[in-house]
Write a protein that binds this ligand. Structure first.
Ligand code: PLP
Length: 321
């Protein structure tokens, strides 16, 4: 076993750093969902987190560990939205300048929120331009520190704190299920699950249109794909990371997929039954559980609802309200 990017101690230290910054979001139950699946489901509601998604956990954990020189140079990142908002907010809390490189077609609400937190937004065409080159230029010109959306040990450790709280609040789990984009959330979750509950199954759920993670674990190497077309805009990553992939591989994570139609049905369920607005990506874990992708009957299942950032008009159009 080669040494992995993060350990449980890194997550525990991140959790201390986040005290008073990240909400300890509620873990909700649903009798209807339990009856429908024959399982005991525990929903970790990161939809109710600051900035509307778990990303503040990793972003704050990363920027809080900057040296004085890094603080002075500021932070830069690219993001389809939630990580950008999280970096902008974390930087604002820590008195650091933030630059966020965002796709031109990112949801308007996410762009406005990033600017609202004092972040400087630089736009690009996600189907034609490589954000990595734009970042490189900003780093070279301004001496800014790049914090990527998922492939960074401090980000991964921060994201794991949601699962730590879920285990603490729900107790022993047979399975923990999270959305999967680049694997920051799932690698942090896997690190916690293996430490606290060695026999717990670790599941990531990708959009069916972009199952690079599933292919990567099957082939034993990082598989790259074109930007997938899916309503799960926070999971449109093109590959797992150099740091996240080995964690998922060595800790035995498994990946299944959900379709856009299943995500819409799941959004409707959460709005109608649990009074929760969950963005399409945030529904990935629950969609897989509700649609029989996983053997959950009779088991205790933790499900991370990763975020709730979606324009109301877009929400209404998707659910047909
Ligand atoms: C970023 C994000 C994901 C995917 O997380 P990764 O760490 O990239 O796997 C899932 N859901 C939401 C709401 C997100 O913002």
């Amino acid at each position: 076993m080669t040494s992995l990017a993060i350990s449980y101690d890194d997550v525990a230290q991140a959790h201390e750093r986040l005290a008073g910054i990240a909400h300890r979001t509620p873990v909700l139950r649903s009798t209807t969902a339990d009856a429908r699946t024959g399982a005991s489901l525990f929903f970790k509601c990161e939809t109710l987190q600051h900035i509307g998604a778990f990303k503040i956990r990793g972003a704050y954990n990363a920027v809080a560990q900057f040296t004085a020189a890094q603080r002075a140079g500021g932070v830069v990142t690219f993001s389809s939205g939630n990580h950008g908002q999280a970096i902008a907010r974390a930087a604002q809390l820590l008195g650091v300048h933030a630059v966020v490189v965002m796709p031109k077609d990112a949801p308007a609400m996410k762009v406005a929120a990033t600017e609202g937190y004092g972040g400087e937004v630089v736009r690009y065409d996600r189907y034609a331009e490589d954000p990595a080159l734009i970042i490189e230029r900003i780093v070279a010109e301004r001496g800014t520190t790049f914090i990527p959306p998922f492939d960074h040990p401090h980000v991964m450790a921060g994201q794991g704190t949601a699962a730590k709280e879920l285990f603490e609040d729900a107790g022993e789990l047979d399975m923990i299920v999270t959305p999967l984009g680049g694997g920051g959330l799932l690698s942090g979750t896997a690190t916690v699950a293996r430490y606290l509950s060695p026999r717990c199954e670790i599941i990531g759920v990708e959009p069916e249109a972009g199952n690079d993670g599933q292919q990567s674990l099957a082939q034993g190497c990082i598989v790259r794909i074109e930007t997938p077309k899916t309503i799960a805009d926070a999971a449109q990553s093109r590959s797992l990371g150099q740091h996240t992939f080995p964690v998922l591989q060595q800790l035995g994570a498994r990946v299944v997929t959900a379709t856009d139609d299943q995500l819409v049905e799941t959004m409707k369920f959460f709005a109608a039954r649990m009074k929760l607005i969950v963005e399409p990506t945030g529904c990935l874990g629950a969609a897989a559980v509700f649609n029989g992708q996983l053997d959950v009957r009779g088991k205790r299942i933790g499900i991370v609802l990763s975020g709730g950032n979606i324009d109301l008009a877009r929400f209404a159009a998707l659910v047909g309200a």
